[in-house]
Design a protein around this ligand. Structure first.
Ligand SMILES: C[S@@+](CC[C@H](N)C(=O)[O-])C[C@H]1O[C@@H](n2cnc3c(N)ncnc32)[C@H](O)[C@@H]1O
Length: 246
């Protein structure tokens, strides 16, 4: 991270999302055009797990609701989807976009998800961890583990470090939040240094699959809560941080 200061959670961070929300989707369309389009990337995450009847699904850090909208086409009709995001401006765009009775959007902090333990069959976190400092990432991951059922799945879509130097340059140029004045700076650069597998494991997850794709620009991780049978989630065998409230 060097000496650069984190903007995470500051008023400039909140103002940035208030400003970006109306143009966020356009920026994403441009940023993902090089990789076959945004739909292709998000659909890969959605297709990585099967869906059963009557499932509840969390979209943690849901942004403008793009994942929730795509999920609607894939899940069973009786599924309940909940999107949570810190930014009221992002949530307003999400509500306008989706407008389905089985999808709810809440303004809130995913470090403190307003649901009981073991509530969701599936939890998604797409392209959000890279903008958080390590302590926030950890708190977010612990709470996502807490609310995800033991036999459920946690799906994480995130940036990755391409192996080719020319691709690393391309990533730097196209994902402009890498520039110092952007809201994700300096954490977006930690994508190249962060071993998400270790972080997830340390927060009580077992990795089911991990795949790098789009020439290594992105990674898709499917995990599940790693809980020995009979042990409470978040206990000392799984996490060293905040423990489960059950
Ligand atoms: C880069 S956007 C990704 C949004 C969306 N998941 C997507 O794939 O388009 C990151 C989002 O995470 C949200 N966010 C960051 N920290 C959060 C937290 N602690 N709790 C809830 N949302 C958070 C931001 O407000 C922002 O909308």
């Amino acid at each position: 991270m060097g000496s650069a200061r984190s903007k995470y959670g500051t008023s400039s961070y909140r103002r940035a999302y208030a400003f970006a929300a109306p143009i966020y989707d356009l920026l994403h369309i441009l940023a993902f055009a090089l990789h076959g389009g945004r739909r292709k990337v998000w659909t890969k995450a959605i297709r990585s797990v099967p869906y059963g009847e009557g499932e509840t699904i969390l979209d943690a850090c849901c942004g403008t609701g793009y994942l929730a909208k795509l999920l609607l086409d894939r899940v069973k009709p009786d599924a309940q989807i909940v999107g949570i995001d810190l930014s009221p401006s992002q949530i307003r765009v999400a509500e306008k976009r989706v407008g389905a009775s089985n999808v709810r959007f809440l303004t809130g902090d995913v470090r403190d998800i307003p649901f009981e333990d073991d509530h969701f069959e599936k939890s998604f976190i797409s392209f959000a961890l890279h903008e958080m400092p390590a302590d926030v990432r950890r708190a977010v991951l612990l709470d996502v583990v807490r609310v995800t059922k033991r036999d459920g799945a946690i799906v994480i879509l995130e940036g990755n470090r391409p192996s080719r130097r020319s691709d690393r340059f391309l990533m730097y140029v196209t994902f402009f939040q890498w520039w110092p004045w952007c809201v994700d700076h300096p954490h977006s650069q930690e994508v190249w240094r962060t071993d998400y597998v270790s972080e997830l494991t340390n927060c009580g997850m077992t990795i089911v699959t991990r795949e790098e794709f789009a020439r290594g620009f992105f990674q898709l991780i499917v995990a599940r809560p790693a809980v020995p049978s009979g042990a409470p989630k978040g206990g000392p065998t799984t996490c060293a941080g905040r423990s489960s409230s059950s």
